[in-house]
Ligand binder design. Sequence first.
Ligand code: TRP
Length: 344
Amino acid sequence: MINLQSDHVKKRIFSGIQPTGNLHLGNYLGAIKNWVNLQNHISSIFSIVDLHAITVPQEPLKLKSSTHEVTAAIIASGIDINKSILFNQSSVKEHSELAWILNCVCRIGWLNRMTQFKEKAGKHKENATVGLYGYPVLMASDILLYKSTHVPVGDDQKQHIELVRDIASSFNNMFTPQNEPDFFTLPEPQIIGEATRVMSLRDGTKKMSKSDPSDASRVNLTDTKEEISNKIKKAKTDPFPLPDTLDELKNRPEAYNLLSIYSSLSDQTLEKALTEFSGKGFSHFKPKLIELAVETLNPISCEMRNLLKNTNEIDKILKDGELKAREIAEPVLKDVKKLVGFVN
Ligand code: TRP
């Protein structure tokens, strides 16, 4: 008889964000804003996934300042550390330890199907790190270490969550003792909101990205009012007024993107936002979008700057999150080790 310590949870969410470069509107609308809503309803754990960041080369000093920046952005956006657990991944060593065990459950064939690895590794697959290849296994470890039931993620992470489910059920088959309930619950992806995929302001068919060489392609959370205003003014459009129907809108990537941003910032459906502007030109729509974007983002960037004045305070917040995360993670990893048959 194996005596297990970890609880079975009803509902818990886990999500992560990488500490790389400046956060932008896509990160805010696609991830952080949803987290802020979720934390009021469900036990929530959010991690700044620095172990994931180093799957591609990072400059050490830059990694550190980005970790501070992302933490500040998350708090400035409304994550309440009395409701949610917020910590940086590498501070909880259990993530790496579980990842190793899951490496020995996950099959090479499963990883070979991952489209994100193919995209990120590009033509130089032989030169990619083993870490980049195993990235989704570390993600599985993040999620399963807390027996999370729901994972809010962008569209591009859906395949990774499918893999996490495969790894979890494989672990269950291999190690759950007979007549016991499955050790890991299979987590569900939660793809939320109209603007989960915010596109570039210069090209409505490309995702808004930190790595785009053109800064005008994105609104950064640290941009000033003037920068936000100028970027939206210059954002690519087409010469037509906004259409009457969603179908027509969907054929116009730039119009679709800007209106999605508007609807997401104003917490209304895309349909409702469209009725407000259909038949109107961009010269009417853009100033409204600018007003709304500045109104939402300016308080966040002010608060961020404030928090970043004292990085010791940020370190304390992360430390506190680390301790809370480990309270949950430790018993789960202990159980895993028992199930696998390690003597401890
Ligand atoms: N891979 C995710 C991304 O790039 C980040 C991430 C790491 C994550 N671990 C996670 C997201 C666990 C959800 C759950 O967006």
